[in-house]
Design a protein around this ligand. Structure first.
Ligand SMILES: [Fe+2]
Ligand SMILES: [Fe+2]
Length: 278
């Protein structure tokens, strides 16, 4: 009887609960994280929280106060994408070891920052890798598939591998999921700001979702005020993007339960915060 209890304890302690939060957009997104995450983390016994923050500072880029705000709310590590460069002051944070922020690893050599981060969670090595896709993206990135292969060679053998695949095309994301799913433990797509309903365990091993979605203003188009974006589609002229800082906030994330061998469960964890500003 005692042996059985001990076995249960050992197995349980190896399980990591990981929450991955979709692109946090501007003030509304930060409000969503601050008001939802602390209680959620406690209630669900979450061990590691990762958030994509490419849009955290007024919709584009990052800044020290906004990153600190998210660290204070309980986010442990950050991924990003093509918008992370939008604020000059934020670029310096990418090279500062005090801030656990990644940018996609498959930018060309010489670009500031890092695309892979090693950390220890409940004494378990965890490696987070950030990659960016190439389909429908206007920049010319290195191959994210082969970049993953190369990075993996440098990761500790017993590490839990988590990937943010920041990409536009669902086909590229799903292809990467099946390509890397025999080696990674969790693969979350980001960038489109619209959560997908395809949480699944691929290759019998990795938790996968095509897009984690967005944490930001609900009454918006991807976090931006609707009128300007609609005008842009109607006129084909660029309109000024205004962020939506008030009103309801959607909180999009996925929650995965991971052991050293594989992801055993992945589910969407979406909420809505229906409060007015202030
Ligand atoms: Fe984004
Ligand atoms: Fe993006």
């Amino acid at each position: 009887m005692q042996d059985k209890n001990l076995k249960f304890k050992t197995q349980n302690s190896k399980l990591l609960k990981v929450l991955f939060i979709g692109d946090v957009v501007g003030k509304s997104g930060r409000r969503g994280v601050k008001e939802i995450l602390p209680a959620l983390r406690k209630e669900r016994g979450i061990d590691l929280v990762i958030a994509n923050i490419e849009n955290i500072a007024h919709g584009k880029g990052i800044s020290e106060p906004t990153v600190r705000e998210m660290m204070g709310a309980g986010v442990d590590a950050f991924t990003s994408g093509n918008h992370v460069w939008a604020k000059k002051e934020g670029i310096f944070l990418l090279d500062n070891p005090e801030f656990p922020i990644l940018r996609p690893a498959n930018y060309p050599p010489g670009v500031p920052g890092r695309g892979m981060l090693e950390m220890s969670v409940k004494k378990q090595p965890v490696v987070i890798i950030n990659l960016i896709g190439r389909v429908f993206m206007k920049d010319d990135f290195d191959d994210p598939f082969r970049a993953f292969d190369s990075l993996l060679k440098t990761a500790p053998k017993n590490a839990i591998i988590i990937v943010d695949f920041h990409a536009e095309a669902t086909s590229e994301k799903r292809a990467f999921g099946f390509y890397a799913g025999d080696r990674a433990h969790l693969i979350c797509g980001t960038h489109t700001h619209v959560g997908t309903a395809d949480t699944v365990i691929v290759n019998g091993r990795a938790g996968y979702v095509t897009d984690a979605g967005m944490t930001g203003a609900e009454d918006s188009i991807l976090g931006v005020a609707k009128d300007g974006i609609i005008a842009q589609f109607l006129t084909q002229l660029h309109a000024r993007h205004t962020m939506v800082d008030a009103g309801a906030v959607i909180f999009n994330s996925v929650l995965a339960e991971i052991t050293v061998g594989k992801c055993v469960k992945i589910e969407r964890c979406d909420m809505i915060l229906n409060k007015e500003r202030g």
